[in-house]
Ligand binder design. Structure first.
Ligand code: ADP
Ligand code: MG
Length: 699
């Protein structure tokens, strides 16, 4: 790359040491290349003017107006002092407000002068106003350029004259000097296949935008190269991991698996379950370390796959462990699995935070002697005091709740890292899986066990509660059971408790004993009491289960046919989907009812609409990603590592796939990048890898 780009930022025309150091500290810009990579976050069409009358229809987007000032007044005193002005065009008037710099601006606002104004209207007490607009005398022509790039600035940058316009001046200057200085590194065939513009042109157009279309092409080009480098990095790491890490060999399916499969398995496996079990089996005997992600929607039967996998371990003289995110879920797994494996001569044990000290002592001893074959538990399993004789496989349920560091502890539980099977019920959108788990193999259970009935999902406002209670009564009369779930926010447990209790009382009044029996489960109950209440419901002794989200994962009561989610606008969409998955497991017809108050945010509406519209976990996951962004879903720790400047994993799914495919093709054809058309790519990739922290241990 040309030396121009290594130029320290302070030496750039118009910068100097003071601005240079603020650019570095505020925006991480150290040299000219960094500045060129400081992209506008949006563009404004400066060739068009809006009318004041149209502002309400524009939903808060920025407007450009042309008009005059008809009145100026100062209000308030001291810190509350502000300047207000009335701005008028042919269609109406709007208030302008300045909270500071009043004096300086006041002098500018001469009556009779035609101004060009740019700013973002906000609604305050049912009228619009614009705070701190950009206002300049109208010079007869529109802004010189049709499109204007808008850059992020900060208070400190602004103080040095580097508000968006100041930055624009610098990038404009730089981008006009790059001709012939930015070499192409994408192979010609790739440019042609995806119809991408050159790198140089992309960098120019993104800062000096000729049209929206050109900007879009520039963005696509830059996103593509970002994603390509990322995918190449992931594939390279995956290959390195494969070569490096050897794993325990589970040579045979083993006597336990064989017997269980032949005689005790309670139902015919679905084809998807068979397929993923084969994939796992293949990994386990390959001699390589398994690091596999098992995705499957709620109720797709992942537990059974986990059990079969653990039997492979036990049958090859290894211990296996299953780790769940909550105590209730761990217990339920323990009960299910103990029951399933009862006919076999296998020792299954449970370890959670509430396992008593005396029990622990016995358990730890048996574990270290190899007398316990399968250990099920919460993250208590990770503690250093938990020592296995020969741990060969760990299954992690509901993976996204475990942090990276926690998982790393597992690797140390034996001389070689045990095989890892990560199960997640929240399907991770393909684009995310490809990126975050680029070095994991992925198995998907894309089929539900037979006999599942579609769930009818409906949204009701509070005022329709009686209708909802009628439905509950009808279902109970049919012999079905009902969940009523209240949200739980960490910040205010007491408030949640209050909501739950008030709800419980209201429901008790409408569903009086002895005709109706109710269970209640919440976070402030003792574990034993919770388990008892759960059991009452599971056995069909109670009709209604009132609970906070503790029942979110794993609970299995096939006779339950109605899931009512109170204040459902307070739940995330994948949580709603998880909860819904508790019904539709047996009854002929099931319902999921989303109760909300009248006031809903845009996002809240979207979540509810999506829930009503689809039962497909993958679609739900896509919407979740769109609403929350990948960082939130995977935990900030992981999103920071990606460090993407333009590409957005939620919105650029197609580009992610294209980049993934291209990276594959290139590495397959030329694994060491020796071909001449890959030389520039190799240089760029090296630069990219050098800039990244080592995250090979991330999964
Ligand atoms: P999840 O994938 O959500 O963990 P589970 O493993 O809890 O799902 O399975 C959900 C329910 O489906 C359980 O009651 C389980 O016994 C049942 N199940 C699992 N596999 C099958 C199958 N092949 N045929 C019928 N029922 C199955
Ligand atoms: Mg499960």
């Amino acid at each position: 790359m040309d030396n121009l780009f290594k130029t320290p930022i302070e030496y750039l025309k118009g910068v100097g040491p003071e601005r240079g150091s603020v650019l570095t500290s505020e925006a991480g810009i150290e040299n000219a290349w960094d500045l060129l990579n400081y992209f506008p976050f949006r563009y404004v069409d400066r060739s068009k003017y809006h009318q004041i009358i149209d502002i309400p229809a524009m939903e808060g987007r920025a407007v450009q107006l042309k008009g005059t000032i008809t009145g100026v007044r100062e209000t308030g005193v001291g810190r509350a002092k502000r300047l207000q002005a009335t701005f008028q065009d042919q269609s109406g008037t709007i208030d302008l407000i300045w909270f500071k710099g009043a004096k300086w601006i006041k002098d500018k606002l001469k009556p009779g002068v035609l101004f060009r104004l740019y700013g973002k209207p906000t609604l305050f007490k049912s009228t619009y106003n614009i705070a701190h607009p950009e206002i300049t005398p109208f010079n007869g022509v529109a802004h010189e350029k049709g499109l204007q790039a808008v850059y992020n600035s900060t208070e400190k940058l602004t103080k040095k004259g580097l508000h968006t316009k100041g930055i624009e001046k610098l990038t404009y200057q730089l981008a006009s000097e790059i001709k012939g200085k930015i070499p192409e590194f994408l192979p010609l065939s790739v440019l042609q296949q995806y119809n991408l513009i050159s790198r140089e042109q992309a960098y120019r157009n993104i800062h000096i935008p000729p049209s929206f279309e050109a900007v879009q092409k520039a963005q696509i080009r830059i996103k593509f190269e970002e994603l390509l480098l990322l995918q190449m990095e992931l594939l390279l790491r995956k290959n390195i991991n494969l070569q490096k890490s050897s794993g325990y060999v589970f040579r045979q399916t083993g006597a336990y698996f064989d017997e269980f499969y032949a005689a005790h398995i309670p139902f015919e496996l679905t084809n998807a379950q068979k397929r993923v079990t084969k994939e796992i089996r293949k990994d386990l005997r390959s001699g390589k370390h398994m690091n596999r992600l098992l995705q499957g929607d709620v109720g797709s039967g992942k537990t059974l796959v986990a059990v079969l996998s653990m039997l492979f371990g036990v049958g090859n003289n290894f211990q296996s462990a299953l780790m769940a995110p909550t105590e209730i879920l761990a217990k339920q797994h323990y009960q299910t699995i103990k029951e399933l494996l009862a006919p076999l001569d296998i020792e299954v044990a449970l370890l959670t935070g509430s396992t008593k000290k005396s029990e622990r002592k016995i358990l730890f001893e048996a574990l270290s002697k190899g007398e316990i074959h399968i250990l099920i538990g919460t993250h208590a399993l990770l503690e250093p005091t938990v020592v296995f004789k020969n741990l060969g496989l760990v299954v992690i349920d509901e993976q996204h709740r475990f942090g990276v560091a926690q998982r790393a502890k597992l690797w140390k539980k034996n001389t070689k890292p045990p095989h890892v099977l990560v199960m997640t019920a929240t399907p991770i959108p393909r684009t995310l899986a490809m990126t975050f788990y680029g070095d994991l193999d992925v198995s998907v259970i894309d089929e539900l066990p037979p006999g599942r009935k579609p769930i009818n999902t409906m949204h009701f406002f509070e005022k329709s509660r009686l209708k909802v209670f009628d439905l509950i009564k009808k279902e109970i009369a049919l012999g079905r059971q009902v969940y009523i779930v209240y949200p739980l926010i960490q910040e205010s447990e007491t408030m949640d408790y209050k909501n739950l209790m008030e709800g419980y009382e209201a429901i008790s009044r409408s569903f009086p004993r002895p005709k109706y029996q109710m269970s209640i489960v919440h976070g402030q109950m003792k574990a034993d009491d919770k388990a008892y209440e759960m059991e009452q419901f599971a056995k069909g002794h109670t009709d209604i289960m009132v609970a906070t989200t503790v029942i979110e994962v794993g609970v299995n009561v096939p006779n339950a046919s109605v899931m009512i989610i109170e204040s459902s606008e307070r739940f995330g969409i994948s949580q709603l989907h998880q909860l819904r998955g508790r019904v539709g497991r047996g009854a002929e017809k099931s319902y999921c009812i989303l109760m909300t108050g009248e006031k809903l945010s845009q996002e809240g509406k979207k979540r509810l609409q999506t829930m009503v519209a689809t039962n497909d976990g993958f679609k739900i996951a896509e919407v979740d990603l769109e609403i929350r962004g990948p960082g939130d879903i995977m935990g900030t720790q992981q999103s920071g590592i990606l460090n993407l400047k333009l590409a957005d994993l939620a919105r650029d799914g197609q580009l992610v796939s294209a980049a993934r495919q291209t990276a594959r093709d290139i590495l397959e054809e030329d694994p060491s990048l020796v071909q001449s058309e890959h030389q520039n790519l190799k240089i760029e990739l090296k630069r990219h890898l050098k800039s990244k922290p080592n995250w090979s241990k991330i999964s």
